[in-house]
Design a binder for this molecule. Structure first.
Ligand code: FPP
Ligand code: MG
Length: 335
């Protein structure tokens, strides 16, 4: 057991950062270990997905969520829960790339492009089930229920998103609900799971849940902005993918309200696969000059601020500061 009660021990910020990087490094080893499989192909899909990188944000949220309680907790359990969350995340991305027929992610071929849809779907299933086995290591039913409910929400969110595909008129409420279900709910569950494994009070768990929700919303809103204005060398994905897939996200929903009738008709007629690269550039330019990017940034900023405000109520001041900084940095991300 390790003590991270900053008030009592006077643990400095550097120490908590060191502890976090140790935890994340241990998660990385656990993930390598978990990629072993009786099937060569499942092992290859897992290793390929793992080596594609990623920010390992979810395990970090589990670790900082636990630290934020100011309680002692079992670091090995935090590693296992963090690795489970990352494996679930990996499984969802593998499946998402099959659903979206995406050939690149993080600048590399997707598992589906390299190993085919069948192997990818089944390997994603294996990863999901392995994650559940690891998550159950301590037999904590509350933790299993918390995470499984977030997975249900994520799958239902993805289904709602697929149903909304091709819907040029998708309204903002339905869209934000999709983001809550498919992204924010799972990040919220990571933060709360960290609190739960450290024996957090109901109030602290509620705070962590709220922090995770708002940070997750900000994260996905920025992701959707980068889809239109990011540098594809940094995002690893071609620009305008959402528009090309006929997926309305906040930038498009906003732009619809700032165009002349003829422009709107042009936008509607190109929505989906028929759009050319030049037209994507024109749409991005409209978004820049009509204030769409600024307004969408403001929505993301509002969520980041709510996350920072929630973090203020957490018991551990250093973890609190760390979580507030993460919320702020999400707005600056380029990939
Ligand atoms: C990426 O979002 C995808 C998600 C956040 C959720 C994906 C969920 C599923 C496929 C269903 C659940 C699956 C399992 C295995 C439980 P995005 O498409 O906006 O981001 P991207 O641009 O990175 O693809
Ligand atoms: Mg996708």
């Amino acid at each position: 057991m390790i003590a991270v009660a900053v008030n009592e021990t006077g643990l400095a910020k550097q120490e908590i950062l060191d502890q976090l990087s140790r935890q994340v490094a241990l998660v990385e080893s656990e993930l390598q270990h978990q990629m072993r499989s009786n099937s060569d192909l499942v092992g290859k899909v897992g290793i390929h997905t793992l080596e594609a990188g990623g920010k390992r944000l979810r395990p970090a949220f589990v670790a900082v969520g636990a630290m934020a309680t100011g309680h002692e907790f079992d670091p090995q359990w935090a590693v296992e829960v963090g690795a489970s969350m990352e494996m679930i995340h990996m499984a969802t991305l593998i499946h998402d790339d099959v659903i979206d027929n995406s050939s690149t992610r993080r600048g590399r071929p997707t598992a589906a492009a390299l190993f085919g849809n069948r192997a990818s779907i089944l390997s994603g299933d294996a990863l999901l089930a392995k994650a559940t086995v690891l998550l159950s290591s301590k037999g904590n039913i509350e933790l299993i229920q918390l995470v499984c409910q977030a997975v249900v929400d994520m799958a239902e969110g993805e289904v709602k998103e697929v149903e909304a595909r091709g819907d040029f008129q998708l309204n903002v409420t339905d869209h934000l609900e999709i983001l809550r279900l498919k992204t924010a709910g799972f990040i919220s569950a990571c933060c709360e799971a960290g609190g739960l494994l450290a024996g957090a009070s109901e109030e602290t768990r509620r705070t962590l849940r709220s922090y995770g929700h708002h940070v997750g919303m900000a994260f996905q809103l920025v992701d959707d902005l980068l889809d239109y204005r990011g540098d594809h060398h940094k995002t690893g994905k071609p620009i305008g993918t959402d528009f090309r897939e006929g997926q309305a996200t906040l930038p498009l929903i906003d732009l619809r309200g700032h165009l002349a009738d003829k422009e709107l008709e042009l936008l509607r007629s190109r929505f989906g696969e028929s759009v050319s690269q030049e037209e994507i550039r024109m749409i991005c330019n409209w978004m820049a000059v009509r204030g769409t990017f600024q307004r969408c940034e403001a929505v993301a900023l509002d969520h980041a601020r709510q996350a920072m405000a929630a973090a203020e109520h957490l018991p551990n001041p250093v973890a609190r500061e760390l979580l507030a900084t993460v919320a702020e940095q999400i707005l600056q991300r380029q990939s």
